[in-house]
Design a protein around this ligand. Structure first.
Ligand SMILES: [Zn+2]
Length: 503
């Protein structure tokens, strides 16, 4: 049997370390355990389930979801959830009692989990989880976290989480979720955390700076500088300047011969004007789709619709999210200014990544929101800007959409041309004669910005994670240390001078 890495350590001898449990060579699924003498902090708890981003690497995805009564054991045995004892709610492990039990057979030499670190319980240390932001590849396992394990997010992140749960777009959780406002430190045993907002394509995205008795480390979460909040990245760099270890989202790292399989990218601030141009050119119907959690972009879409005299019609699930988000004080379209598809037309809920539940019945849109039917749009297509989730595409047939109509892909599902769902979208548009336009601004730093961050922080060492290409981080003067699952790096104030030799 594989020996656990997380054997109880001699507390006097142990130095604070960083144990890499996932996301070292995949975009998403970052699981990093900061192991102090008296505190442990797991950085992010998502799953990689998106075959459009990570091909041929994971057992479960939207096409092959885990079994409803066995989700956690399925994810653990598929190697998609970190093998950390005492992290999970006991009932969710059933019929098993421990992570070790659930995964024993597959940890045998030569089997799927051979070499995966199994972290034992470490009595006397506090365990907490930091969630950088609410994309599934960073938080989809949150529903399984044990009730006695605190979960820490940014204040805005926690408010968005509450809104998504209230809207039925995320499952309820056992654990207590605490939002931390900027400037307030939190302690987990001997670890001191500072949650720092970053620029990403979802409200509340944050990184974290962790001070330990053995040095400092920072983790960016997902970030970019071409979003609405580039100043947040300067503030992050200032707060983390000189940190011993910087762990960064390196989605943008590419081998020199990489073939681009994503939509052309623009800065977030260009999206409204590009969509406005489309609205000007569309003389009939204008349809769109977007990620359901990118609230700030939704607000742009609503502003463009209004400026062009079109009523924004969204799905019941989207409207339920806006209603809950507005109650939580988050920026999103005003419920008073939009309409909702009449769901009596028999649409099923969207096939989302596997852990996203269908909308709960009690979270139907408020009755005051205007209902719109396909027949209303068919009567005057130029009067509306219609959100169409993939599950709602058949409304195009009800409307009689075709030549002269425009579909604006604004990110979200399908996740770009590499996603198996992309050819389905393209086929619909081609067969119906609808013009497909893409306006895309993803949430990840471009290569030059990765260099900028390292230059601005000047850490002792950079560790790229959240990348399919950990060995292709752009050239920087700071030592770059790609890691593999199971690597454990001791934190040390000497990281700056010891550079590549810290293990
Ligand atoms: Zn991510």
């Amino acid at each position: 049997m594989t020996a656990p890495i997380g054997q109880p350590r001699s507390k006097a001898a142990a130095r604070t370390s960083l144990l890499f449990l996932g996301g070292t060579d995949t975009v998403g699924g970052v699981h990093i355990l900061v192991r102090g003498r008296a505190g442990r902090l797991l950085l992010d708890i998502g799953i990689v389930g998106n075959p459009g981003i990570v091909r041929d690497r994971t057992l479960f995805n939207a096409f092959q979801p885990p079994r409803p009564g066995s989700m956690l054991p399925d994810y653990l045995r598929a190697g998609m959830a970190p093998l950390v004892e005492s992290l999970y709610e006991r009932g969710d492990l059933a019929p098993f009692v421990t992570v070790s039990d659930a995964t024993r057979a597959l940890r045998a030499p030569g089997f799927a989990l051979d070499g995966y670190p199994l972290v034992d319980d470490e009595p006397g240390t506090d365990l907490a989880v930091f969630v950088s932001h609410l994309h599934d590849d960073h938080m989809a396992l949150l529903e399984f976290v044990a009730r006695n394990v605190p979960v820490i997010m940014s204040d805005a992140g926690a408010r968005l989480h509450g809104a998504l749960v209230a809207a039925g777009a995320l499952p309820a959780v056992h654990a207590a979720v605490t939002g931390v406002v900027p400037g307030v430190a939190r302690s987990v045993g001997d670890l001191v955390l500072h949650v720092i907002l970053v620029d990403h394509d979802i409200p509340g995205a944050a990184g974290v700076l962790v001070e330990t008795p053995d040095g400092t480390m920072a983790y960016t979460g997902d970030w970019r500088r071409h979003g609405r909040h580039p100043e947040a990245m300067q503030a992050f760099a200032d707060a983390c300047a000189g940190v011993d270890v910087l762990i960064t989202d390196a989605s943008g790292a590419q081998p020199p011969d990489a073939r681009t399989v994503q939509c052309a990218q623009v800065a977030e601030r260009e999206i409204a004007s590009l969509l406005s141009d489309l609205a000007t050119s569309a003389h009939r119907g204008l349809y769109c789709s977007f990620d359901e959690r990118n609230l700030e972009r939704h607000a742009d879409v609503q502003v463009v619709a209004k400026a062009h005299g079109r009523l924004l019609v969204a799905s019941p699930r989207t409207v339920a999210i806006w209603h809950a988000a507005a109650s939580a004080g988050l920026p999103c379209p005003r419920i008073e200014d939009i309409a909702v598809w009449d769901d009596s037309e028999g649409m099923r809920d969207d096939p989302q990544p596997p852990t996203q539940p269908p909308i709960a019945p009690q979270t139907a849109p408020p009755p005051t929101v205007r209902r719109v039917r396909a027949a209303d749009v068919a009567a005057d297509p130029a009067a509306f800007l219609c959100e169409l989730r993939s599950s709602e595409r058949a409304r195009l047939l009800d409307i009689g959409a075709g030549p002269g109509d425009v579909y604006a892909y604004l990110d979200g599902y399908p996740y770009g041309p590499a996603d198996p769902g992309w050819p389905v979208l393209v086929t619909w548009m081609r067969q119906l004669g609808i013009r497909l336009e893409t306006i895309s601004s993803r949430g990840h730093a471009w290569e030059d910005d990765l260099r900028w961050l390292v230059d601005a922080v000047r850490p002792g060492m950079v560790i790229p994670v959240h990348t399919n290409h950990p060995d292709h981080f752009p050239g920087v003067t700071t030592p770059v240390r790609p890691v593999r699952r199971g690597d454990e790096i001791a934190l040390s104030p000497g990281a700056r001078t010891l550079s590549g030799d810290l293990r």
